[in-house]
Design a protein around this ligand. Sequence first.
Ligand SMILES: [Zn+2]
Length: 234
Amino acid sequence: MNKKYKVLLASSLIAVFIWACQRVPLTNRKQFVGLVSGEQMMSLSFQQYKGFLDTVKQVPASKADAQMVARVGERIKKAAENYLIQQNLGSLLDGYQWEFRTVESKELNAWCMPGGKVVFYTGILPICQSEAGVAVVMGHEVAHAIAEHGRERMSRAMMAQGITQIGAVAAGVATGDQRVMEAAGQVLGIGTTLGGVLPNSRKQEAEADKIGLIFMSMAGYNPQEAVTFWQRMA
Ligand SMILES: [Zn+2]
């Protein structure tokens, strides 16, 4: 490769990178998300979520625990929506299909997939102890979705697989491209859990904590609950 071509290639890669970056609401951190659209991310997420629900036992919506999770979810959702609308960022929620479910499982886990699919495992409820404790976890998980952490990780995973074309996810899903499916599995896999400790996700965890605290206080919960919750969790 001659030098001129290298320079051209490098500058066009930089151009793609800049184009593909956006700012996270509330923290203003610059993030690279451009290799997959928010819409594609949601559609992958909804498929995974449906598959997940087929394999688990849900707590019926009539039970107190499931009602509490749904109630907290609605309040946090409302707070996030209000905030984003005030900031002229309401379009970030286009395509969201919020759901708040509780499933029977001993695991200490909860997550919110891109597009607003929230699941709490019964195992984490004793650690939450109260509605405010549920709000700590809910705020954190909803923050991951609003900050588009899944999309950011998907873009990075694609890059790591050597996929750099914008629109490659749509094509890859259509053709069953193994590299795209693997990237999706890594990012959306149900194993991506509360307080995940993947080496490159610490920044995202700290960000979700910060945004989550803001959402929970906007929803009328005492953010101090977070301190004792994370102590119990540890
Ligand atoms: Zn987290």
